[in-house]
Ligand binder design. Structure first.
Ligand SMILES: NC(=O)c1ccc[n+]([C@@H]2O[C@H](COP(=O)([O-])OP(=O)(O)OC[C@H]3O[C@@H](n4cnc5c(N)ncnc54)[C@H](OP(=O)(O)O)[C@@H]3O)[C@@H](O)[C@H]2O)c1
Length: 334
């Protein structure tokens, strides 16, 4: 039998009773396993996605009576900013005065057809990056003192730049390039959030991103033509292929492990810090992404300030600078 994520991550003895977690995209795949795990550890889990039946099944599994965890499902389409706002409102209510303890920004996908959302933004970029950015911004004031924000990125982030002009168009659309760009945005977002929280927030909230592994057995390849999608799903049965529980382990580790309570602005894979791409570490690009994301959504820039600590050339506070990654014994991947 495959191990549970909490056992792989070595956090099976941690208890989250009284804690509230939002796991976006938890009707399926990596998010579903993350939600089930946090529920097993005793948390109240807000299960999110668009598929209400699948969401209900996850809620039932969390509440099956074996563990103390509780759950509720909130439906929200991440291509629609109003639905993302409603998810934030529901989360605020569920978290109550204690605040939200864990925000797992996991929802996302690979989309074959190029299209624009109602905001005029390329769909993959909007769903995979802009929506979690909007959600996080909406929940910033509602995070608990020691909350952790974990964002599901990917090794697919390597090899691309975030061309912020191109995100307003689907001319020459390439589904893979669009996916790569959105995952690079996830790494940059998590690093910029970590730094801004460090500099402009009194709480000890952390932000990290991670690569879950290549997991064909999740719903990730559902948008491939029928037969290919079925073949991808069948690969899950092969022993050497990463499973959704294995993919969820690093999310669970970053969300729960005591030894990473103060780690922020980092990128992880296989439970270890890993050097992300040069583009991902570009502080100017991180800042531009942050500012442009607010503009695209028509919202005030979250955690805005004088920006003095984010100027190029200044020492990094908790980010993913080369020196920082080297300090934790990480070997550059490039
Ligand atoms: N699988 C891999 O190999 C792999 C590798 C690296 C990174 N990742 C990342 O892992 C994350 C989870 O993917 P997965 O592999 O677990 O795939 P999955 O099984 O397809 O799960 C995707 C989740 O995102 C939700 N979602 C997708 N589009 C949405 C939208 N427009 N609005 C709201 N929710 C939406 C889905 O919910 P509904 O179906 O209910 O809408 C589902 O719960 C993604 O961010 C993906 O980029 C996956």
């Amino acid at each position: 039998m495959r191990e549970h994520p909490e056992d792989i991550a070595g956090v099976g003895d941690e208890r989250l009773v009284g804690r509230t977690a939002l796991v976006t995209g938890s009707t399926s795949g990596i998010g579903r396993e993350t939600a089930l795990t946090l529920g097993r550890l005793g948390a109240h889990v807000i299960v999110h996605g668009r598929d209400a039946d699948a969401g209900g099944e996850v809620v039932d599994a969390v509440e099956d009576g074996v563990n103390e965890g509780t759950a509720e499902f909130v439906r929200a389409d991440f291509a629609d900013p109003e639905e993302v706002s409603r998810l934030a409102d529901r989360t605020r209510t569920a978290a109550g005065d204690g605040g939200l303890d864990l925000l797992i920004n996991n929802a996302g996908g690979y989309f074959r057809e190029g299209r624009l959302t109602d905001l005029g933004v390329e769909y993959t970029f909007h769903v995979n990056h802009l929506a979690p950015y909007q959600l996080t911004a909406a929940l910033l004031d509602d995070l608990a003192e020691d909350a952790r924000v974990v964002t599901t990125a990917s090794e697919a982030h390597r090899g691309d730049q975030v061309d912020l002009e191109a995100v307003r168009s689907v001319d020459g659309y390439s589904s893979w390039r669009a996916y790569q760009r959105s995952k690079l945005a996830n790494v940059q977002f998590a690093a910029e959030l970590g730094r801004r929280l460090d500099e402009r927030d009194d709480r000890s909230v952390t932000s990290n991103s991670f690569h879950p592994g290549a997991i064909p057995g999740s719903g990730f390849l559902r948008d491939l033509p029928g037969p290919l999608s079925r073949v991808a799903g069948a690969l899950d049965r092969l022993p050497f292929v990463t499973s959704p529980p294995e993919g969820a382990a690093t999310a669970v580790y970053l969300a729960v492990a005591p030894e990473v309570a103060d780690v922020t602005g980092r990128y992880y894979a296989d439970l270890r810090p890993k050097q992300p791409s040069t583009a991902a570490r570009d502080r100017h690009a991180q800042r531009r992404l942050w500012e442009t994301s607010a503009e695209l959504l028509g919202i005030d820039e979250p955690l805005a300030g004088d920006g003095s600590g984010t100027e190029e050339g200044r020492p990094e506070a908790g980010g993913v600078a080369d020196a920082d990654a080297t300090a934790v014994g990480d070997e550059p991947a490039e």
